[in-house]
Design a protein around this ligand. Structure first.
Ligand code: DOR
Ligand code: ZN
Length: 356
């Protein structure tokens, strides 16, 4: 059996829930899913109520995640339409970056005013990244702010050929940016909505085969720096309701899907390692603790079965897909945290990531 070792995998874009949305999932359940997916650390988004936009909400989250996470973690501060720039300096030390939702999605954080975004860029003097949800023309608006303020900006879940074109040009220009793409935008298309229904609903929505091809080009040629899951569990009941929320789980399927692409000759294994580990660690300035890695059996082929996943939501848009590449062990600081079947790390074992 061919075994691949990947040191310190990081997913810099997850929505772990808990707090007022503990009925969807908890820090304990979703960090178990992260370890089963091979991850050392995850960076949690601020849109779970109470939104992480001020010191009090941040303290609530830090207290709960610190007591219950099983893998290492960081949390973002969210930008608020009510202008919370006054919170920036007082929270820098405790957060992994700023998240600005520039287009509509789950939760109630949305900053559409370019003037306010400009003030946020001016106020953000920390070297920690600004992560943006920007789609289509909004990407150009954010690039204008990057050009002006030169703050490292990570473009989350890029999903179209047009956006890849904008960002390829911005990299040639030398702007300090990085680009993330999600597995659902690489392995599913808008055609899948007809069979999966709301289980294939997320923001940004699934795109055409032409967009998917452009994303793969970017993944191969280096325009894309990170594969991030945008892990966003919702209950099956919510997804089957009259008004289903956006979001799909992904922590346990990202690496197997990417290694299947490598197995099929679509991308190199070395490139997968960069996308899920070396690049996110470098971009967020994360120090990987010693003896922290995932071991993967590259020859193991299996069918994704929602019943075997650790995420509390209990479903996956990829259920029934065959993948090649199975996580057989995840170690964090020398401790066996996942043995290929069971998560062994206890609640509270996870520590806050160290950023330099
Ligand atoms: O589909 C999504 N779901 N996209 C997002 O940007 C947020 C996420 C969520 O929190 O459910
Ligand atoms: Zn997200």
């Amino acid at each position: 059996m061919a075994v691949l070792r990947i040191d310190g995998m990081v997913d810099p874009h997850v929505h772990l829930r808990d707090l007022a949305w503990a009925h969807k999932a908890t820090f304990a359940s979703e960090t178990a899913a992260a370890l089963a997916g091979g991850y050392w650390a995850v960076l949690d988004m601020p849109n779970t109520p109470p939104s992480t936009i001020n010191r009090a909400a941040l303290d609530t989250k830090l207290h709960t995640i610190g007591a219950t996470a099983r893998c290492d973690w960081g949390v973002y501060l969210g930008a608020s339409q009510a202008d919370n720039t006054g919170e920036f300096a007082g929270t820098w030390v405790d957060i992994c970056g700023l998240k600005i939702f520039c287009n509509d999605t789950t939760g109630d954080l949305l900053v559409e005013d370019q003037g306010l975004r400009d003030r946020m860029y001016a106020a953000w003097t920390s070297p920690k990244p600004i992560a943006v949800h920007a789609e289509g023309e909004t990407v150009l608006q954010i690039l204008e702010l990057v050009r002006q303020h030169r703050r490292h900006t990570h473009f989350l879940h890029i999903s179209t050929a047009e956006e890849i074109g904008f960002l390829r040009a911005a990299k040639v220009e030398g702007l300090p940016i990085s680009v993330g793409v999600c597995p659902h935008h690489l392995f599913l298309t808008d055609n899948d909505v007809s069979t999966l229904g709301a289980f294939a609903w997320m923001k940004p929505v699934l795109k055409t085969a032409n967009d998917v091809a452009a994303l793969w080009d970017g993944v191969r040629d280096g325009v894309v720096d990170v594969i991030e899951s945008d892990h966003a569990p919702h209950t099956r009941e919510e997804k089957l309701s009259a008004k289903p929320p956006y979001g799909v789980p992904g922590l346990e399927t990202t690496l197997p899907l990417m290694l299947t692409a490598a197995h099929d000759g679509c991308i190199s294994k070395e490139r997968v390692v960069e996308l899920v580990s070396t690049n996110p660690r470098r971009l967020w300035g994360l120090t990987c603790p010693p003896e922290t890695y995932a071991l993967i059996d590259l020859d193991a082929t299996y069918t994704i079965d929602a019943a075997h996943l650790h995420s509390a939501c209990g479903w996956s848009p990829y259920a029934g897909m065959q993948v090649t590449g199975k996580v057989i062990e995840t170690r964090v600081r020398g401790a066996l945290a996942y043995d290929g079947e069971r998560v062994l790390a206890a609640e509270g074992f996870g520590q806050r990531v160290v950023q330099h």
